[in-house]
Design a protein around this ligand. Structure first.
Ligand SMILES: Nc1ncnc2c1ncn2[C@@H]1O[C@H](COP(=O)(O)OP(=O)(O)OP(=O)(O)O)[C@@H](O)[C@H]1O
Length: 708
């Protein structure tokens, strides 16, 4: 290895000292560390025993239960158990702040259940998670800890996958699924306790839930005081940041509980010098760990799928050159667009004599415990969504992470044994980081959120109780967009179409396109294209074979643009039955095509549920497909100008076609695009050719208004 990265140890040892620990004495924890190590081994034995299909005798079961209880009792949160239960019993809302890995997410729901606060009569416990992978794995873990079958007492609900039943008393679910449940159970009567976990992440949906559950709690209280037979709703907000006061203030001065300590220590190291190329620095650090450090898997945080795929290839190349006497290295990617079955693979133990390296986006940043992880490498960057409401431009740009994200990343180690975190930035750079990431509600397009608020009966979205109020401009923009789509009427009330759109698990524009495909008789084509657009890219372009890749792709190009080009690729893929060699030869990203096909299956099932025939096809009349897309994306259309540029119909902005588009360099009467993004310039992507005469029919209300 020629290049070496030098690391310095973290001087302030993370944020542990910044906490004011009240419930638990951290020193006791340190004494227990040794015992914990022994317990850990026992716990692993438990996993192995639990996996067997041979029925276990009573004595073994009793022993396993005892070992599990011992493990639970060593978690830092356990000594605060009584105080936590008491506080939840006494107060309508409680805020729990605690270190990563202290046991908040797995234990508090069990404490509540054990204390008899939730039951079939009183209502269940919902625990929200910003990410599906966390919801699924937490439910699995808690089912294991309670020795119950997943889906019975403990279950989960995530989009397109519901493993819960009427018997479920602890349900882990994504924040989006709880929002969806409000549509059919407006006072969330199914639940006695709502636990809003990872509150510090401030996802758009969790922020919406803050206001909604607060309102629901108030209504239930009023109904109770009017003598109605209705349970009080308890709210528990859990977080690992320092800003507990803000949550407390929002929830009318709710009580704050601080939980001290973590299970095992994690040493953090910073680079001595800033790193110019984070990919190169990541690779060197992986090699350094693999060659020099004792056994233990690695979790590497990267900003996006591209970086993960590049690094996976490089790690695999390196791994293939290892001598037979050396420990093997297995790269496992983890990002949101991967199918759940592949995401789940990162939780499998590494094969014998192999070190697993998980290359993940911030999907792995909070909540999850990945067994075997001893080392974390944090590149210090994340791709963050941004939105400019004035011009309607979305952006996805690389940003330095916040301190709170850095601590979360560090906290993925030290959960089963002591760990190490290598930060690929200097300590000075760390000090410069913002404390928290700007809440999503302040930086993204709010059309979907506003639609969901309206569908939940919150009509005045401008006055909704937001923890951080979004700008008026972005709310107005969202209302205008929904009105133009026909989702709300001129009084701002939800229309029939809007109601249907809100039930669809897609962005409002795509939901509208799919609903309209029934009328245009092209659902088969539209569902396929929407699925293909939902993944990053179905093409791959190796940097050393750019020209070859572009050339081989040419045969799929449809003269009318990217939407029908995608369809051509899928048809060709089906003709060769997804042959791997063919995909390689044509530079098709087979993994992403498979992900798209899974999404397609789910959308087909969804269409069937709302009486849209998913097999309706327009055959060769492909204009129907483009006209149908235009019913959702009419605001994303632009007309050719005499100077050869394209000017957007809404906003008269000059837009440039991205060089990766099939329409790049072409002059046609008009174009429609799915995305207007700012990367290095303002570009439009996923572009197709349209005729200006199609516009009025695609959105009569909108274009009539423009004329007037
Ligand atoms: N799937 C799992 N396999 C093995 N151990 C687990 C698993 N999930 C949790 N644990 C153990 O339980 C401990 C507590 O996990 P839990 O998720 O409840 O902590 P937390 O305080 O919610 O952490 P975070 O804030 O990071 O989500 C972990 O530190 C780990 O030791």
């Amino acid at each position: 290895m020629k290049r070496v990265i030098h690391f310095d140890e973290d001087q302030d040892k993370g944020h542990q000292d910044d906490f004011e620990f009240k419930v638990h004495d951290n020193t006791k924890q340190q004494k227990k560390k040794k015992k914990n190590g022994q317990q850990q081994q026992k716990d692993q034995k438990f996993h192995a025993a639990n996996a067997t299909t041979v029925p276990l005798d009573r004595a073994t079961m009793k022993q396993m239960r005892k070992e599990m209880l011992d493990f639970r009792q060593q978690l830092p949160i356990y000594s605060g158990r009584d105080a936590i239960i008491q506080s939840i019993q006494d107060s309508p809302t409680v805020i729990v702040m605690g270190e990563t890995g202290s046991g908040k997410t797995t234990q508090i729901p069990q404490f509540i259940l054990e204390a008899g606060m939730a039951s079939y009569n009183a209502g269940a416990i919902a625990v929200t998670q910003p990410r599906r992978v966390a919801a699924v794995n937490l439910a699995k873990r808690v089912a294991e800890e309670t020795f119950t079958t997943l889906g019975k007492r403990v279950g989960y609900t995530v989009r397109f996958d519901d493993t819960s039943s009427d018997e479920t008393l602890i349900k882990y679910l994504t924040d989006g699924m709880l929002l969806r449940e409000i549509l059919s159970d407006e006072l969330l009567l199914r639940y006695k306790v709502i636990v809003l976990d990872e509150a510090h992440e401030r996802t758009l949906r969790t922020d919406m839930l803050f206001g909604m559950v607060k309102k629901i709690q108030k209504i239930r209280k009023e109904k109770r005081s009017n003598g109605e037979d209705i349970e009080e709703l308890k709210i528990v907000v859990m977080s690992a940041t320092l800003d507990a006061e803000k949550f407390s203030e929002f929830f009318d001065g709710a009580k704050i509980l601080y939980v001290s300590g973590r299970l095992f220590p994690v040493d953090s190291y910073f680079t001595q010098e800033p790193q110019a190329d984070y990919l190169d620095a990541s690779l060197v650090t992986i090699f350094q760990i693999h060659v020099k450090n004792p056994k233990g898997d690695i979790l590497m945080f990267l900003p996006g799928q591209d970086a993960i795929e590049t690094l996976t290839t490089l790690v695999n190349e390196y791994a293939s050159q290892l001598r037979p006497s050396q420990q093997r290295l297995l790269a496992c990617p983890l990002f949101a667009a991967l199918p759940p079955s592949q995401q789940q693979k990162v939780f499998d133990p590494a094969p014998v004599n192999t070190r697993k390296i998980i290359l993940a986006t911030n999907i792995a940043e909070t909540s999850i415990t990945i067994p075997g992880i001893k080392y974390v490498i944090d590149c210090g960057l994340a791709k963050l969504r941004g939105f400019n409401p004035k011009i309607g431009v979305e952006s996805l740009l690389l940003h330095p992470i916040s301190k709170s994200s850095a601590w979360q990343r560090t906290g993925r180690a030290g959960r089963e044994a002591a760990g190490v975190c290598y930060r690929l930035y200097t300590e000075d750079a760390f000090r410069e980081l913002d404390d928290d990431t700007v809440p999503e509600i302040r930086r993204c397009n709010l059309a979907a959120a506003v639609l969901s608020l309206k569908a939940s009966g919150i009509d005045n979205v401008l006055e909704f109780d937001y923890m951080d109020r979004p700008s008026r401009a972005s709310l107005i923009r969202a209302l205008e967009e929904l009105y133009a789509l026909g989702a709300i009427d001129d009084k701002g009330h939800l229309s029939e179409l809007g109601k249907k759109m809100s039930e669809f698990p897609l962005d409002p524009t795509f939901a509208k396109v799919i609903i309209q495909s029934g009328e245009y008789g092209c659902s088969l084509e539209v569902i396929a294209i929407v699925s293909l657009l939902s993944v990053d890219s179905i093409f791959f372009t190796p940097s050393d074979k750019r020209e070859q890749a572009t050339e081989s792709r040419r045969k799929f190009i449809h003269p009318d643009g990217d939407h029908l080009t995608l369809l051509n690729v899928l048809k060709a893929y089906w003709e060769v039955k997804g042959d791997v060699g063919w995909c390689k030869e044509h530079f098709i990203n087979i993994r992403n095509v498979k992900i798209a096909l899974e999404i397609r299956d789910q959308l087909i099932r969804f269409c069937e549920r709302i009486d849209i025939n998913p097999a309706a096809t327009c055959g060769t009349d492909t204009d129907q497909v483009l006209k149908c897309f235009l019913t959702g994306f009419f605001q994303n259309s632009a007309l050719l100008q005499p100077d050869g540029s394209y000017k957007s119909v809404a906003g008269s902005q000059t837009v440039k076609i991205h060089p990766g588009s099939a329409m790049f360099g072409k002059r046609v009467e008009g174009i429609m695009y799915n995305e207007l993004v700012f990367t290095t310039k303002h570009y439009v992507r996923s572009v197709s050719s349209i005729q200006s005469a199609w516009l009025p029919a695609a959105a009569p209300k909108y274009f009539n208004n423009m004329k007037n």
